[in-house]
Design a protein around this ligand. Structure first.
Ligand code: COA
Length: 355
């Protein structure tokens, strides 16, 4: 029986349509464990805060069950190889660049795909700004090298460390939409690259990974805390969702928001965080008014926006930067699905005309 009846909404008979697959358990995993009721997250058995401290390379080692030094070396080699085969045109958007670039990685292993994402993303950002892509440097760690390829020069250690914590924190999050997309494609025995491209496509949407850019647009539009209530009420009255608020699983504030908020404070980027906190509080209050039975609190993307801005990542690269972290988890899920999965083939109920 693959249905979890302990979910928030009790599931009905097996032939009921479960909208959004809420509460449906599609796989067993040793990778991510999300406790939405209490706002806790474990990655490969370690609490979130510990994973953030491990940094991205340490987290890949944990997810892939490989030695950290080996991971560092293979990722550096993969970034170099990805740079050598960069496509020479500038795609229309960063996520398009990832989709197109990664689609050419047939027969690639985990490290090749994880190494390619920051190289493709950084090259896209440089070209979009009318600049030449910058080559990776194996003497840097993965996060610092990503930042250097985007910004040029040697990145400030504090910023590189903040990005490293960010990439580790978002590397894995259970059966989210993009991971599910990866596992569906993996279950067909398609290539690892095909599955990762599916993940990139799912991540692009604003209901999943595409919200951080719009969160910053919102902070720009609000400008000062005193304007928050009027602006947010206007959005809700127009039937629009407040970006960075709400989550399918969490009934609390997303625990990753606190990790990022702390990382921004550590960077000394205090001004913007004051506005973000004020907007978050107001959005929470107004959403509670409208949906009294549903806790709609800040999700990971709210403070992703503030953190990535403070680190100096361009807004158009936010979702691709999310992909640079999450691709580590996608690869691990691909492996799990290929080891123990079965072709995913759910059913639909026909409601159209009959002859
Ligand atoms: N702003 C306004 N209303 C929201 C909302 C938001 N951010 N999030 C949820 N709601 C509303 C829904 O429209 C729904 O209203 P209805 O009952 O009148 O239809 C109600 O609250 C309950 O929604 P819920 O079941 O919790 O949403 P979901 O699980 O289907 O969707 C999200 C979860 C994340 C897609 C949703 O909260 C959302 O769109 N958030 C904004 C986008 C975002 O931040 N995405 C990044 C996610 S990490």
């Amino acid at each position: 029986m693959l249905i979890n009846v302990a979910g928030r909404r009790m599931l009905g008979a097996m032939n009921d349509v479960v909208r959004g697959l809420e509460g449906v358990v599609v796989a067993e995993t040793r990778l991510g464990d999300v406790d939405g009721e209490h706002g806790r997250l474990w990655i490969a058995g370690r609490p979130l805060e510990e994973v953030a401290d491990l940094g991205f390379e340490g987290t890949c080692a944990l997810l892939w069950r490989r030695p950290r030094d080996e991971v560092r070396g293979t990722l550096a080699a993969a970034r170099r190889a990805a740079f050598a085969r960069l496509p020479d045109r500038c795609a229309s958007g960063a996520m398009v660049a990832l989709r197109e670039g990664l689609a050419a990685y047939e027969d690639a292993d985990d490290a090749a795909l994880v190494g390619a994402v920051p190289v493709l993303a950084a090259a896209w950002a440089r070209r979009r700004a009318g600049l030449e892509p910058l080559a990776p440097d194996a003497s840097r760690d993965h996060a610092a090298d990503f930042l250097a390829m985007v910004q040029g020069g040697e990145p400030a250690a504090a910023r590189a460390r903040a990005l490293d914590r960010y990439l580790a924190t978002v590397s894995e999050h259970g059966m989210n939409a993009s991971t599910f997309a990866v596992r569906v494609v993996a279950s067909t025995a398609a290539s690892r690259a095909a599955a990762i491209v599916a993940g990139v496509c799912a991540l692009e949407g604003p209901l999943h990974g595409g919200a951080p850019g719009p969160v910053l647009d919102m902070l720009d539009a609000i400008g000062v805390p005193e304007q928050a209530e009027a602006w947010l009420r206007g959005e809700l009255a127009a039937g629009r969702r407040i970006m960075g608020m709400g989550h399918r699983i969490y009934r609390t504030r997303d625990p990753r928001a606190a990790v990022f908020e702390r990382a921004v404070r550590d960077l000394g980027a205090g001004g913007r965080i004051g506005l973000a906190r004020a907007v978050e509080r107001e959005a929470e209050r107004l959403l509670a008014e409208r949906h009294p039975g549903r806790a709609l609190r800040a999700n990971v993307e709210f403070y992703t926006a503030v953190l990535l801005e403070a680190v100096g990542i361009p807004r158009a690269l936010f979702t691709a930067t999310f992909a640079a972290g999450r691709v580590a988890g996608w690869c691990a899920h691909y492996g799990e699905e290929r080891e123990g999965g079965r072709l995913m083939r759910p059913s639909s109920r026909y409601v159209g005309p009959r002859p």
